[in-house]
Design a protein around this ligand. Structure first.
Ligand code: C2E
Ligand code: MG
Ligand code: MG
Length: 609
């Protein structure tokens, strides 16, 4: 038995038909076709039953044990197409003499057919949908009584199946709403025919993670009922010129063809209000966090642009807004796409490890001029985007769950480099930036493992946490930091002075250094107020027992002001920019620590920067 359903494959004769929309992604088989074809082939005793529909799809059936069935192609397919378009019943008991089935130059033994019968197929509204064919190699001079009536019945059933298929092709069985295929088909039909613009209103019922959690907790039946309730609320809001679609599990879209102006804000506020109102769904009360997105589409944008993706982007943004609705914003969309692209690329960079690098910025003790530490700063050179700043990719790594891999890479790479410097006789410490995500019970073990792997003493390391992480810590983070301190690891509070510090929490921090944020140093030499603030911070840091570090020192006059303010250590472009690993040894030699120099040189060297 051979049964085949679907649009005719490309390259075969008669595939000139292009589907109404290229967005159709699912083609439903024709419900009941196999049973219909089996009945027809039995009643007419033929080796091929075929159905051709006006949408370009073809279905055929060859009963079991019929190796000699004629293939549905060549002259036969062409003849079937003509007959399907004509829409009339026809029986050709002896088709051997019929030129339609055997064009000149073909071999009757190979390509010929003996019998051909056709019945038009109509939809439920009486419209012509195509035709059903019964074909055999042998002529059927005496057609069995009732055979033609059987073919007519089969064609009628095929019409019902085709109607059902077109319903399924447009309709979501769970909500009964037209679905995504129908949305695109309608958008494509509306726009080129008269209306040159349309508005799409997209509704995301809840943040995806939350909706998924709801499905896990309550099941699909509940989620479907919830979407039906959301659809009913939207329908109650809609005007008669709007059409509603279910375009995703938790997503609806409303199409307004021919509308030029945006919907009035009050109307959109009303939609958000109705969607936000608590729902009693199957006896379980629930309040959702819907987002409503709006997009104006023009006919010329249909090719290539994906309006549904764009409007869903607006709905997603709206979800977190107070108003709950948002008009599509191309710049924001591009930013998000760029971020998505970057995250994907960063994941690849982390696994291949050829685009990432660490640079090292010296931190210098003001009193002695010694380089007390090198801060490792991640650098990413993307092959097409060029240098991507850590200020961009570190937060993305945090959001995308890549922070652990990034930190592991930094630990491994930085400690390998430190080990090499120590083996080469350099007396340096390494300071590493870590994110709040890293600050869990495994951090110490990860750090200790990396240190052991590279043979580096933990006392040569310092971790930098931002002020907010350090201050808003809980018992666990406090324990982790205490354990790290006990193991000899230094702890620095980075970017201090720009958050809201809880001085009591600061007092209890097991930190060793306080790094004042560089925004406070910019105009230190010119703005007395800033100088007073830094002075007070330095005093506070000292009182709490921390080393006070000033970062971002760019000029000699700022350096002088930092010194006056009482800071202990400095870091910044005036001293050194972050250096590639290969340049570090040379820089250290050039700015040799006075400990290595003698007596009088000390004071002079201490003031070199
Ligand atoms: P941060 O830890 O506060 O690092 C200091 C930043 O200031 C660095 O920017 C450094 O290049 C820059 N800088 C140093 N001196 C000067 C100066 O004199 N003037 C100016 N204008 N800037 C100066 P960078 O390398 O772009 O890093 C930005 C932030 O990204 C870092 O701020 C840190 O929070 C984060 N980061 C960098 N690498 C890593 C990493 O490996 N892991 C983690 N978790 N975060 C990192
Ligand atoms: Mg830092
Ligand atoms: Mg900083």
């Amino acid at each position: 038995m051979d049964i085949w359903q679907g649009p005719l494959p490309g390259g075969r004769p008669g595939t000139d038909h292009t589907p109404a929309t290229t967005q159709v992604t699912e083609q439903h088989a024709l419900p009941g076709f196999e049973a219909v074809a089996r009945l027809a082939s039995g009643a007419l005793d033929v080796s091929l039953v075929a159905l051709l529909l006006a949408d370009g799809s073809a279905f055929w059936y060859i009963p079991p044990g019929q190796p000699d069935a004629p293939p549905l192609d060549g002259a036969l397919l062409a003849a079937c197409r003509v007959a399907a378009r004509r829409g009339q019943a026809e029986v050709v008991p002896d088709a051997r003499a019929d030129a339609r089935f055997l064009p000149a130059g073909t071999d009757p033994a190979q390509d010929g057919i003996g019998f051909f019968a056709c019945e038009p197929v109509f939809g439920l509204g009486g419209q012509l949908l195509g035709a059903l064919f019964a074909v055999d190699r042998q002529p059927h001079p005496a057609l069995r009584a009732g055979a033609q009536a059987a073919l007519r019945d089969a064609a009628s059933l095929a019409g019902t199946g085709a109607a059902l298929r077109s319903y399924l092709d447009r309709t979501d069985p769970a909500t009964g709403l037209p679905h995504r295929n129908a949305f695109f088909a309608d958008l494509h039909t509306h726009l080129p025919s008269g209306a040159d613009t349309a508005w799409i209103v997209a509704i995301e019922a809840a943040p995806v993670a939350r909706f998924n959690a709801l499905v896990r907790a309550m099941g699909h039946v509940y989620a479907d009922a919830l979407m039906r309730a959301m659809a009913a609320r939207t329908q109650a809001w809609m005007t008669p010129d709007m059409q509603l679609y279910q375009v995703g599990t938790s997503r609806l879209a409303v199409l307004l063809a021919g509308l030029h102006d945006a919907l009035p804000p009050a109307q959109l506020d009303a939609l958000v209000a109705t969607l936000r109102a608590p729902i009693d769904c199957l006896g379980v009360p629930l309040t959702l966090q819907p987002g409503v997105g709006l997009l104006k589409v023009e006919a010329r944008e249909l090719r290539g642009g994906d309006p549904l993706r764009r409007v869903m982007n607006a709905a997603h943004v709206a979800q977190n807004s107070v108003r709950g609705w948002a008009v599509y914003d191309q710049r924001q969309d591009e930013r998000q796409r760029q971020e998505f692209f970057l995250v994907t690329e960063l994941a690849a960079a982390l696994s291949e490890r050829t685009e990432l690098e660490l640079h090292y910025q010296p931190r210098v003790d003001l009193a002695s001029g010694r380089c007390v530490a090198l801060e490792a700063l991640a650098r990413w050179r993307h092959p097409t985007l060029g240098a991507v700043s850590p200020a961009t990719f570190v937060p993305l790594a945090e959001q995308a769950g890549l922070m652990r891999s990034l930190t592991d890479w930094v630990l491994d790479h930085g400690l390998a480099q430190l080990a090499e410097w120590l083996r080469g006789g350099l007396d340096v410490r390494l300071s590493l930036n870590v994110s709040s995500i890293d600050l869990d019970a495994t951090l110490q073990q990860r750090l200790a493992a990396a240190a052991a792997r590279h043979g580096v003493p933990l006392a040569r390391l310092e971790l930098e946490f931002t002020e907010s992480v350090a201050i808003h810590h809980n018992e666990l983070t406090r324990d982790v930091l205490d354990a790290l301190r006990r193991a000899g690891v230094g702890i620095a509070i980075d970017d201090f002075g720009i958050g809201y510090s809880n001085l009591d929490a600061l007092r209890r921090m097991p930190a060793t250094s306080l790094k004042i944020d560089q925004s406070l140093v910019r105009n230190l030499d010119a703005r007395p107020h800033d100088a007073a603030i830094v002075h007070a911070m330095a005093a506070l840091g000292h009182d709490l027992g921390f080393r006070v570090v000033m970062e971002g020192v760019e000029t000699a006059s700022v350096l002088a002001a930092v010194r006056d303010a009482g800071c202990d250590e400095v870091q910044g472009h005036h001293i050194a920019v972050p250096l590639p690993a290969a340049a570090v040894a040379g820089w250290l030699r050039e700015h040799a620590a006075p400990a290595a120099a003698a007596g009088a040189g000390h004071a002079e060297r201490a003031h070199r920067f």
